[in-house]
Ligand binder design. Structure first.
Ligand code: ZN
Length: 258
């Protein structure tokens, strides 16, 4: 068995994905597969464990393209729809495995309970509805996943708190505009950092390219990959050429071994 951790980028797009429905923007019309971006999510696999971070509206398609035999859990960064709207599609895993563990901030759990009440229903459950096992994530408490202790990293999406996660040498953060120094410390020494870079122009709740590069350089991982990318960022191939050494744009279905 492969001892390395495999990271699979299931989606690298911003909330509408690329192409945007009905758009005639040149990036939306691009024939390059690297310019097609589903909603942001990543699969982290090691030994026989598989965890996904976020479960957006493209989850079903992502699991068909990158099939896994079992899903050990879903870690949520925050409650926005592009990160959560696919949760109903855990059903095939639920039918085979039983309740699927989900890991999230208390506020995110409250939001999911309101929006997907049938998943959390205690009685009069609709037969066929999926069920989950809820684990609350707290800023300073590592989470035991498989044989790893995963470290939550707190950041801010404008004023909304979000969680990033560190799995050993791998750090994943998305929908971030601000991170405090004590949380940046948790990322130091990582081999691979993934962080959001929306576009070149500033944005109120996301790092733009320049801010993402600044964080990458401060963390100093061996390699950094950007995700949660808007079509306005430009063509993958062109933006890639403008980036500093060891910093790349991620693209859908890219796999890394760490
Ligand atoms: Zn998002």
């Amino acid at each position: 068995m492969d001892d390395k951790m495999t990271i699979t980028f299931l989606g690298t797009g911003t909330s509408q994905g690329i192409p945007v429905i009905g758009s005639d923007h040149p990036v939306c019309l691009s024939k390059d597969p690297k310019d097609k971006r589903l909603r942001v999510s990543v699969l982290v696999s090691w030994k026989n464990f598989n965890y996904v971070i976020d479960c957006g509206p493209d989850f079903r398609q992502q699991m068909l393209t990158n099939p896994i035999e079992k899903l050990d859990g879903i870690l949520f960064t925050h409650e926005h729809a592009d990160h959560t709207a696919g949760i109903d599609d855990i059903r095939p895993f639920f039918f085979r495995q039983g309740d699927i563990p989900i890991y999230a901030h208390e506020r995110v759990i409250t939001s999911l309970k309101r929006r997907f009440d049938y998943i959390f229903a205690g009685e009069n459950r609709y037969p066929g509805a999926p069920a989950v096992q809820v684990v609350q994530v707290k800023k300073d408490t590592p989470i035991a996943l498989g044989d790893l202790e995963v470290v939550p990293i707190e950041a801010y999406h404008n004023r909304l708190q979000v969680f990033g996660y560190r799995f050993g040498e791998f750090v994943y953060l998305t929908d971030v505009k601000r991170v405090e120094e004590d949380q940046i410390k948790k990322m130091k020494g990582a081999k691979v950092l993934v962080v959001n870079a929306l576009r070149k122009e500033p944005h109120h709740s996301h790092f733009n390219l320049e801010e993402a590069i600044a964080l990458a350089q401060e963390v100093g991982a061996e390699k950094t990959y950007f995700t949660h990318i808007s079509h306005i960022m430009g063509f993958h191939e062109e933006v890639e050429k403008e980036l500093p050494k060891n910093i790349h744009l991620a693209y859908d279905n890219l796999q890394l071994k760490i």
